[in-house]
Design a protein around this ligand. Structure first.
Ligand code: GAL
Length: 410
C-alpha cells in the first residue's frame, strides 16, 4: 500500500514554531495519578523557581488524564472531571498565562498503554479538540496498541494524526512515541513527527545490568542505542532518549534504585550532547539544590539547543580501557566543539581529547571551557588531559585560537 507523505512545506511550519522540547512530563514520577492541583502546582513551580528561565517551558500531561478506561468504540475521549474539574482548556490557559505550554497524551489504538480510551477512528476530531483547548504538544503513543504491527501500519497511524494536527490549524509539537521499535528514527520526521523515542522506558539507573534485556533501559543502554542514530536528529526532529530521571531518587513509577548526583549530572549532560528532548520526569516541587543546579546549567542547555542541531557521537579512539572510556563530540554553530569525556566505569581515570585524533581538526592552539567548573583554560597545543571519576562526564567546549584574532575568550 502507498502512503502519502506530509508535504515538506507544511512540515516546516511546525518545526519553525518550536525547535526544542524542554520541559516536564508527568509519567515517570506520577504514572496515571495526576490531577489539576498537581498540574497547577507544577506550573507554578516551574514558572517561579528558575526552571522556566533555564528553558523548561513544556508541561506535559501523560497517560491518565482521560475519563474512561476501555475502548474508544464504547467511550468518548474526555478529561476526567474528578481529576480535572476545571477541564484541560482552563489548565492550558493557566500554563499560557505563566508563559508555559501544555502538552497532552493519546494514542492510535482503541486504548492507550494505561488502558484509557485512545484516538482510533477519531483522529481529526481529537486533534481539533486538542487545538481548541490550546494544547501545544501531543505525545501520541503507539507503543502498546501497535507494538507488533508492521512498520507500514505504524507509519500510517503516525501520518493520520500528523495530518490531523496540521488540519487543526494550531502548531502542536508532535511526539510519535513508539518505544524504539519499527525504526521510527528512519522515517518519523518525514511523517510529521518532531520527536520519537529510540528505546523503551528509562529506569532510574545509570548502569544496572539487572534490567538489561528486560523492558527498561538505563542511561548507558540508551546512550549505546542512540550512538548510531545521530544522523536522524536535526532542528525540529529529535531522537528522544526518554524522560530525565534527575530528582527521581529511586521513586520512579517504573523501576530503578536511583542515581548519585554525579550520575544524574552525567545523564543530563549526555542527553544535551545527543540533542534529546529534555523533559523532567520527577516531582519539580521537591527538587533539591543539586538537582536544580544540574538542570539549570545554562552552558549545558546551550549545548542541547545549539542551532546546528547536531547530536554527538563517539569519536576518535572512542572506546579506551575496554569500552569504559568514551569520547563524544559534536560541532557547534560557532565553530567550536562540545565534547564529553565519559567514564562509564567505576574507577577514576585520566582521559584526553586530541583535536587532531578525535576531531580531525588541524588547530594549532585551542582553549578549553569546562562547563561544569565554569572555567576556561589554555591555550593548548597538545591533547588536553583531565581526571574523570567513575560515572562522570567532563563536558568541554573547545575553541580554536586564531592568531591575531581579537575575539575574546568565551
Ligand atoms: C508507555 C510510554 C511511557 C508512558 C506510558 C503511559 O508506552 O513508553 O512513556 O507514556 O506508555 O501509559
Amino acid at each position: 500500500m502507498q502512503y502519502q507523505r506530509v508535504p515538506r512545506q507544511t512540515y516546516l511550519v511546525i518545526i519553525l514554531v518550536i525547535l526544542w522540547v524542554v520541559g516536564w512530563s508527568s509519567w515517570n514520577g506520577f504514572g496515571p495519578n495526576i490531577n489539576e492541583t498537581l498540574l497547577r502546582d507544577t506550573i507554578d513551580t516551574i514558572a517561579s523557581n528558575g526552571l522556566k528561565e533555564a528553558g523548561f517551558v513544556f508541561v506535559n500531561l501523560d497517560d491518565g488524564w482521560q475519563r474512561y478506561p476501555g475502548n474508544r468504540l464504547d467511550n468518548p475521549l474526555e478529561a476526567d472531571p474528578v481529576k480535572f474539574p476545571s477541564g484541560i482548556k482552563a489548565l492550558a490557559d493557566y500554563a499560557h498565562s505563566k508563559g508555559l505550554k501544555l502538552g497532552i497524551y493519546s494514542g492510535p489504538g482503541q486504548t492507550t498503554c494505561a488502558g484509557y480510551t485512545g484516538s482510533q477512528g477519531h483522529e481529526e476530531e481529537d486533534a481539533r479538540m486538542f487545538a481548541s483547548w490550546g494544547i501545544d504538544h501531543l505525545k501520541y503513543d503507539s507503543c502498546c496498541a501497535y507494538q507488533f504491527a508492521p512498520k507500514s501500519v505504524v507509519q500510517q497511524v503516525v501520518l493520520t494524526m500528523s495530518q490531523s494536527l496540521l488540519a487543526s490549524g494550531r502548531p502542536i509539537v508532535f511526539h510519535a512515541c513508539h518505544c524504539g521499535w519499527a525504526d521510527s528514527w528512519e522515517w518519523a520526521a518525514q511523517y510529521g513527527a518532531n520527536q520519537w523515542r529510540i528505546g523503551q522506558d528509562i529506569s532510574d539507573d545509570f548502569d544496572y545490568p539487572g534490567n538489561r534485556m528486560k523492558y527498561f533501559f538505563d542511561v548507558l543502554d540508551l546512550l549505546d542505542r542512540g550512538n548510531s542514530l545521530a544522523q536522524f536528529a536535526g532542528p525540529g526532529h529529535w531522537n528522544d532518549y526518554d524522560m530525565l530521571i534527575i530528582g527521581l531518587n529511586g521513586k520512579s513509577q517504573h523501576v530503578g534504585a536511583g542515581c548519585s548526583n554525579v550520575e544524574y549530572r552525567t545523564h543530563f549532560s549526555m542527553w544535551a550532547m545527543v540533542a534529546s528532548p529534555l523533559l523532567i520526569g520527577s516531582d519539580v516541587r521537591t527538587l533539591n539544590a543539586d538537582s536544580m543546579e544540574t538542570l539549570t546549567n545554562p552552558e549545558i542547555i546551550a549545548i542541547s539547543q545549539d542551532p546546528l542541531g547536531q547530536a554527538a557521537v563517539t569519536v576518535g579512539v572512542g572506546d579506551q580501557d575496554g569500552g569504559n572510556l568514551q569520547v563524544y563530540a559534536k560541532q557547534m554553530e560557532d565553530g567550536s566543539y562540545a565534547v564529553a569525556l565519559l567514564n562509564r566505569g567505576g574507577v577514576t581515570a585520566d582521559m584526553s581529547i586530541s583535536v587532531e585524533r578525535d576531531l580531525t581538526e588541524a588547530w594549532d592552539q585551542y582553549t578549553v571551557r569546562d562547563v561544569w567548573k565554569h572555567e576556561t583554560t589554555g591555550p593548548y597545543d597538545k591533547p588536553y588531559m583531565v581526571e574523570v571519576i567513575g560515572h562522570e562526564a567532563k563536558i568541554l567546549r573547545l575553541y580554536q585560537v586564531i592568531p591575531n584574532a581579537t575575539m575574546p575568550l568565551p
